[in-house]
Design a protein around this ligand. Structure first.
Ligand SMILES: Cc1cc2nc3c(=O)[nH]c(=O)nc-3n(C[C@H](O)[C@H](O)[C@H](O)COP(=O)(O)OP(=O)(O)OC[C@H]3O[C@@H](n4cnc5c(N)ncnc54)[C@H](O)[C@@H]3O)c2cc1C
Length: 367
């Protein structure tokens, strides 16, 4: 059943009045990109409606939950969304001894709480939500049909609806290169402060990971979408290897998740449907690093920028959306072009040397 927001997660009690009439800004998707776009536009005085197909924001979690320590977010209660700190990265190329790289500070976050906190910020700024409501159709004139059959005509549309964005598809922008990922939650014998990366030729176009969160860890494998049928045995194999090595407990997994990650580089993030301007943000705009798959930080930043650009456009700054596109280009294009080059090299020839040089801890990656 769709409901006007009564809370962003179970147990939350924030209530809000229904939005009368059509919104200035319709945000599709309440992941980090959508929540940050909604918060920024609402804080600037826009009437914002965000539509999310899940009934509870942030659930189920489809993420390995690692962010760089550099991610800053004003007024975010970091302590309450952080599972643990990360200090270093260990890279294990198949057939070689693992290499430790110090100075890779990060945080493991509780992604459910992170997304819910961002959504609560948006609600506090005045954004209205429709949870448990999917966008079922985006019309070429910018009208949007919801699963409750309502049709909305926003003044501006933000597509923050993830890797298979329907808003993006209507604009003719789609993420064609994808990694498919599968992840278990496993138990650790003792706390650990590094993120482990496993580079193997079998993980075509992707990699394996063990990311600790206190006495548990996210253990996953990602591969090029064309190899998705092999994911289950590949992850089982890595799990068995780590049990045999005494790295994880020989106990049944505590959870299973997975999902898709866009890895083909950034898409043009602005466009128009009829007279309605459109901005894409986060995964919908292809904003994940093609090698690491990291996209939380870019979702947050692009969401904030998209929300500001939307409010600027609505208050008469016609160039605001072009500025948004330029800002994204400056922030991400060089880094993603480098990553894309390495990803394609590894797809072409997955020798231990290509795998090592194609990973971010290698000096050759940056050469
Ligand atoms: C297995 C896995 C592990 C990952 N690990 C990491 C990591 O450790 N660190 C990192 O930085 N990144 C990681 N990523 C990538 C990261 O999760 C994404 O880049 C990030 O979630 C992008 O945020 P977003 O808001 O753009 O999209 P999403 O978080 O995907 O949010 C999109 C929202 O839109 C909603 N939606 C979609 N379609 C519709 C519709 N038609 N109507 C209404 N709502 C809709 C969805 O339900 C969803 O809530 C991982 C991804 C996967 C799949």
């Amino acid at each position: 059943m769709s409901c006007l927001m009564e809370g962003v997660g179970q147990g939350s009690s924030t209530a809000s009045e229904p939005l009368a009439g059509d919104p200035d800004v319709l945000v599709v998707g309440l992941g980090p990109a959508g929540a940050c776009a909604a918060a920024a536009a609402a804080a600037a005085g826009c009437r914002v409606l965000a539509v999310e197909r899940r009934t509870s924001v942030g659930e189920p979690v489809q993420c390995a939950e690692l962010v760089s320590a550099a991610l800053s977010l004003e007024a975010l209660p970091w302590d309450s969304v952080t599972s643990q700190r990360i200090t270093r990265m260990v890279t294990a190329v198949e057939g070689e001894a693992p290499e430790v790289t110090e100075g890779f500070p990060g945080r493991m976050i509780c992604r459910r709480l992170f997304d819910q906190t961002l959504a609560q910020r948006a609600a506090a700024s005045g954004a209205r939500f429709l949870l448990g409501t999917a966008v079922t159709r985006v019309f070429p004139d910018g009208g949007v049909q919801l699963s409750n059959h309502r049709i909305i005509h926003p003044r501006l549309l933000v597509g923050a609806d993830g890797p298979r964005s329907q808003v993006g598809a209507t604009l003719g922008r789609a993420n064609h290169e994808l990694v498919a990922a599968r992840q278990l939650t496993v138990r650790l014998d003792e706390p650990y402060e590094a993120t482990d990366i496993f580079l193997r030729s079998a993980y075509r176009g992707g990699y394996g990971w063990l990311f600790p969160k206190d006495r548990e860890a996210n253990l996953g494998v990602g591969v090029d979408y064309s190899c998705r049928d092999r994911l289950k045995p590949l992850l089982q194999g890595l799990h068995s290897d780590l049990i045999a090595a005494g790295r994880v407990r020989p106990a049944p997994a505590l959870g299973l998740t997975g999902g898709l990650i866009p890895v083909g580089g950034r898409l043009r993030a602005i466009g128009r449907l009829g007279t309605v301007p459109v901005a894409l943000a986060g995964d919908a705009a292809g904003l994940t690093n093609p090698v690491t798959g990291a996209g939380i930080e870019a979702a947050v930043r692009s969401g904030e920028l998209a929300g500001r650009a939307a409010s600027g456009w609505l208050s008469g700054n016609i160039a605001g959306l072009e500025d948004y596109e330029e800002e994204l280009s400056e922030l991400y294009d060089a880094a993603y072009a480098r990553a894309l080059r390495h990803r394609r090299d590894a797809l072409h020839c997955a020798s231990p040397m290509t795998l090592r040089h194609g990973w971010i801890t290698s000096p050759e990656y940056w050469a």
